[in-house]
Ligand binder design. Structure first.
Ligand code: PMP
Length: 312
């Protein structure tokens, strides 16, 4: 794998091809009408074991199947086949470092908005280290854009269409000099950020919006709900008002790509001391240990790619 550049290979419709040959048609409904759903997964390199672990594969593939079901993309590989193709590609790419895997399914070639065929799928695996913000933290604003709602363009599915809303919020945040933004839903409570979930600490408790607040049902969020009690307070899922962001003692933004990124301020109002909080740091360390296979009881969440990964 090349650290900064493009990978050498991709999987297109089940076949490994040179990366530059992995193309879809300019007439694809997947492109023009956003008839495309996807998943992003992370592979974590464990140096001591010389093993790459892909984190929570079944959960990601279940969500992909659900996204396909909602927008009626039928005939895509099943979970076993997508997993097989993914591991085959990771091995072809010789991935022995932290990496990011994207699996997409879409309607390809020529067709109208409601076309059902031809169905296409692709997988890429590229090197991706930890983001600098993991250490440094970020500054958030509250976006003037509202989250796309479940009865319009459901945020519960990981559809490319939803990322237009995320893009608008992201562009606004950058224009105003912030790193990213919190997007409120129609009820005016916190949904999520452009590409990740929001957690705040208030009165010593972790709080995150419920799955009905207009969020993607994040694998990272669910993981943190399951592991937070090991090293600190457990997580409460409930609506968060805008002004509660300003009361937060600690806060972070999380997702597969960014992992856990401390939020230092909302709308220029400092979160706690304005530095990454101690509980956030504790969760970051614990999460890192979990995803790299250093905690025995969570090893079942990991899919090994090399020595032990031959059996599917
Ligand atoms: N919300 C949105 C809008 C996202 O794009 C992501 C990243 N996939 C998340 C939340 C976090 O989800 P996950 O933890 O499953 O990556």
């Amino acid at each position: 794998m090349t650290q900064s550049g493009r990978p050498l290979f991709a999987t297109m419709n089940g076949e490994i091809v040179p990366f530059d040959q992995a193309k879809i048609s300019i007439m694809a409904p997947g492109l023009t009408f956003a008839v495309l759903v996807f998943e992003g997964l992370r592979g974590y390199w464990n140096r001591d074991e010389q093993e790459l672990f892909v984190f929570r594969v079944p959960e990601h593939l279940d969500r992909l199947a659900f996204s396909n079901k909602v927008i009626e993309i039928e005939g895509v590989p099943d979970k076993v086949e997508f997993k097989r193709q993914m591991l085959e590609l990771i091995r072809a790419c010789e991935a022995r470092e932290d990496c990011y895997i994207r699996i997409q399914s879409y309607i390809d070639d020529w067709g109208a908005m409601a076309a059902r065929t031809p169905v296409g799928s692709s997988i890429i695996c590229r090197a991706r280290g930890r983001v600098a913000a993991f250490t440094d933290g970020v500054h958030f604003c509250v976006s003037s854009w509202r989250r796309n709602e479940d009865d319009a363009s459901p945020s519960r599915i990981k559809a490319s269409a939803n990322y237009l809303n995320s893009r608008l919020a992201g562009l606004e945040a950058k224009r105003l000099g912030f790193d990213a933004s919190v997007i409120l839903n129609r009820d005016g409570t916190v949904s999520e950020g452009p590409g990740g979930c929001i957690f705040i600490m208030r009165d010593g408790e972790w709080i995150t919006p419920p799955v009905t607040a207009g969020i993607l049902e994040s694998v990272t969020r669910q993981t943190l709900i399951e592991i937070s009690g090991d090293v600190g307070p457990k997580v409460i899922a409930r609506n968060i008002d805008r002004t509660e962001l300003y009361l937060a003692e600690e806060a972070f933004y999380c997702g597969t790509g960014q992992e856990i990124v401390p939020i230092l301020s909302f709308d220029r109002k400092m979160v706690g001391s304005g530095h990454p909080g101690p509980q956030t740091r504790r969760l970051q360390d614990h999460y890192d240990a979990v995803v790299r296979g250093r905690i025995e009881r969570y090893r079942s969440w990991l899919t090994p790619v090399w020595e032990k990964g031959e059996t599917l």
